[in-house]
Design a protein around this ligand. Sequence first.
Ligand code: DGY
Length: 333
Amino acid sequence: MKKRILAYGRLNEAQLAQLSRDFEVQDFHGLDSFDDSTFRAALPEAHGLIGSNLKILPELLEEAPSLEAIASVSVGYDNYPVETLTERGILLCNTPDVLTETTADTGFALIMATARRVVELADFVRRGDWQASIDRDHFGSDVHGKTLGLVGFGRIGAAVARRGALGFGMQVRYSNASPKPALEAELGAERRELDELLAEADFVCVTVPLSEATRHLIGPRQLALMKPSGILINIARGPVVDEAALIEALEMGRIRAAGLDVFEREPLSPESPLPHMANVVALPHIGSATHETRTAMAQRAVDNLTLALHGERPISLVNEGAWEKRRGRQPRP
Ligand code: DGY
């Protein structure tokens, strides 16, 4: 009997067809909540889940006794109870690498847009306010030659840094749990404590994953350390930045601007002042959202799940412990 998969997002026809060759696939495309009764009815028989954007709580797993693997169409896995999955021997797979460059492009777009006030001034033209040569009130600030501080220096942080160092002659500073000697040699990057980095950088770009250790990593104290001319970019996860503190810092002119692809609550609440602030560029979480990259991410998830359900090691595995458990070994301490 074929194993059963519940698919709830971001797969194209060819990818669904690929899965259907080996598995029984139930397509829940567009599912916006796990409260859906048809989904819940199918869950007890499911061996695999594939999708993105919906938070899986440990309680939901109680209803999925046959579940062997979850393939998330995302690199971030803050939506999953990793510890519970590992205890239950359920493999969690993600999609690193294929989205690195696209997400770094988004980060750099935000750097350029905030520094050169691209959105604000495009709106100025659109409104018909361009009646004479613009004056210094509309000047932006340079990007080239400035100091770029990366908070987190994983794949995406390094790809943003590469753009800055090699394309724009920027000095790169980074804060990260471990040093990155190869990137230091490649980009002339220098490691700093977070506080030092915040004080030194012209652009602070947040790329750390969300965890309990990074929730509100950038709060009022950290924002106060930034230069008044400093610009904060967040392409990681909204809750890494204390949004109320950020709004206050922007309103009080404690920092110059912010470029945000992610928010504490998504979609952004209509009450949020952020999209209405002239010194904010707010995007609807489009880090990896290009046709090419979203297709590649979905394909990686399909390949991960196919391997996992055939008892083979997936390409991108988040919880090594679950793999060891499935193979009958004890997880390493
Ligand atoms: C990711 O892959 O984690 C991106 O944020 C898109 O969801």
